[in-house]
Design a protein. Sequence first.
Length: 167
Amino acid sequence: MNEFPEENYNSDLPEPFQAIDIAKVALDSANVGIWIMDPASGKFLPSERTRELFGFLPGEEMSFEDAMLKVVDKHRKSVTEAIENAFKKHSSLYIEYPIIGLDEHKQRWLSATGGFSSTAANSSYFSGIIMDITEQKQSDLRRSKFIGMVSHELKTPLTALKAYVQI
């Protein structure tokens, strides 16, 4: 009993994998967006999940410039410089940055990882994935606050004891 469409059937694969679009399943499971960009023309092709992560509606047009406008002002210059540097050096990219969605007005953190499709500068495109790392950033902030509080709480009695011993 095969529940998958017949045109996707591939008898060379084990039964459960015969009609699965592995890339789509992996992307959906990982909850990441993908994007492709032609550095020469500036053409930018984001997936629906990428649009969603930046706060765009399904099917809504999103250019690279539109995406950069969502990056928090304080971080926009460093993000664009990192991307331009990757283009100039034909190197890989990993950046983390906050964005503000226009509709929800909440700050979220995204990470973008990308690289070139080939080493030939004239015949390659830049592509990668984008992930929402807001929960990770919030956990890091809570951990930093906790460590700061514990450090302060430990220093206060030690300072009092040190002063008492010196008397």
